[in-house]
Unconditional design. Structure first.
Ligand code: NAI
Length: 413
């Protein structure tokens, strides 16, 4: 009779210095864990992926079609961050590989940094500090403002944007936000009817939108022109959301009084590599190396969150929290007590008309007794988890494999 794949043979490869808590959790399950500092060049990456069952990346390691195709044993990917644009989600989906992330493990860290930057830029602190380091004592109130009573425009009112909203109001700021979706305003914040209406009234604009076709260069020359003279722009979201050449021009002309940028269209791949940007050398511009979410608290929270989701998928088959496949939440054990524990079979399939009846007839013709079944679908992919009599799991597997629409199937235990 088939037994489950031994946990000790499951190999997880964690890239880019994922917090120890992630490796510890995977190891406590008996999985083997290989840790790779930084994001390796393409050829090394391919070699490391070849025998990996689980892969953990942060924002740098690109898992495109070619890399995923070379990872023949891959069961699931964990993005130990919020963004998942470093992974080709569609290729992973079509291969029955769930991709997990941590949607709010570092939300508060980004929000705190944003608030700190609003105050620092309003007081021109970095510019003054740089002068002090150069031996210049420039005691002056020129260009320094309180944030109380000023208007903060938040573009993207999701996890981070809404946290920034709460913290900014606590500092006495007036908050207006713009989002493509209707959102519940927190506190006294108000949703702007348009991006232009927000730009017309904001003293500070901060973007908290994902990278997408609709957010590429969302802020450029035309948008900066709509801002009040002296406004501040902050991008702690994704590098291509702001047109940096236009930002430089607006700052040099004095139309913008400053800005903070944590993300860039091209970012160095690892620590120590040179950083090039048209924003270098500007006064009252804070540049940070994509550290918005990089606090110890956030890294630990993310590591526990994502590693926990990987463990749950491997052990139980749950895809809750996956960003690219239908989400199925499952109990640890489908039955207890007297009855012999069933075997659990996972089946990813193309979601086309008639596939469910094919699944049912394939199981029926193999004589498989299904004790329980959980199914979720999206427009293209279906994910069904079957608990079958222990003696029937091989037959179930054979039946499911014979179906043309099968993407991937395996016995979990
Ligand atoms: P979220 O998904 O909770 O919120 C994003 C919001 O943007 C949603 O409400 C969505 O409706 C809105 N949106 C999407 N397209 C829009 C558009 N064209 N115009 C206006 N609103 C639009 O995401 P969350 O957690 O708030 O994160 C936002 C972004 O911050 C992430 O996508 C990620 O790129 C970035 N991030 C950066 C970090 C850093 O280290 N600097 C760390 C964490 C996240």
């Amino acid at each position: 009779m088939r037994t489950s794949f031994p946990k000790g043979k499951i190999k997880a490869v964690l890239f880019e210095g994922v917090h120890d808590a992630g490796a510890e959790l995977l190891e406590s399950e008996g999985f083997g864990v290989e840790r790779v500092a930084g994001s390796p060049p393409a050829d090394e990456l391919v070699a490391l992926l070849a025998d990996a069952h689980l892969v953990g990346v942060r924002s740098k390691t690109q898992l495109r079609g070619a890399q995923l195709a070379g990872a023949g044993r891959l069961l699931a990917v964990g993005c130990f961050c919020i963004g998942t644009d470093q992974v080709d989600l569609e290729v992973a989906r079509q291969s029955g590989v769930p991709v997990f992330n941590s949607p709010f493990g570092n939300t508060r860290s980004v929000a705190e940094l944003t608030i700190a930057e609003i105050v620092m830029l309003s007081r021109r602190v970095f510019e003054k500090s740089a002068m002090m380091h150069a031996g210049v004592w420039d005691k002056s109130a020129l260009g320094a403002r309180e944030v109380r009573g000023r208007t903060l425009g938040i573009i993207g009112y999701g996890h981070i944007g809404s946290q920034v909203s709460v913290l900014a109001e606590a500092l006495g700021m007036r908050v207006v936000f713009h989002d493509v979706a209707p959102k519940l305003p927190l506190g006294n914040a108000t949703q702007s009817e348009s991006l232009d209406a927000l730009l017309a009234q904001a003293d500070v604009v901060t973007v908290h939108v994902p990278a997408s076709a609709s957010t590429a260069e969302l802020l450029g020359e035309a948008e900066f022109a709509k801002l009040r003279r002296g406004a501040i722009v902050i991008n702690n979201a994704r590098g291509n959301v702001v047109d940096l050449a236009a930002a430089r021009a607006a700052i040099e002309s004095g139309h913008l009084s400053g800005g903070a940028f944590d993300v860039f269209p091209q970012e160095p791949r690892s620590r120590g590599e040179a950083f090039e940007s048209e924003l270098r050398g500007l006064a009252n511009v804070i540049l940070t190396p994509h550290i918005g979410g990089s606090t110890l608290e956030a890294q630990e929270a993310i590591a526990r969150d994502v590693a926990g989701k990987l463990v749950k998928f491997v052990n139980v088959g749950s895809t809750t929290g996956a960003v690219n496949v239908p989400q199925v939440e499952l109990p640890v054990q489908a039955s207890a007590g007297e009855i012999e524990r069933p075997h659990r079979v996972l089946h990813f399939h193309k979601n086309v008309p008639g596939v469910l009846s094919k699944i049912n007839s394939a199981l029926a013709s193999e004589g498989v007794n299904v004790r329980s079944q959980s199914l979720q679908t999206d427009s293209e992919v279906g994910y069904v988890v079957l608990d079958v009599d222990p003696s029937a799991s091989e037959a179930a597997l054979a039946g499911l494999r014979s179906i043309e629409e099968t993407i991937r199937t395996r016995v979990l235990w």
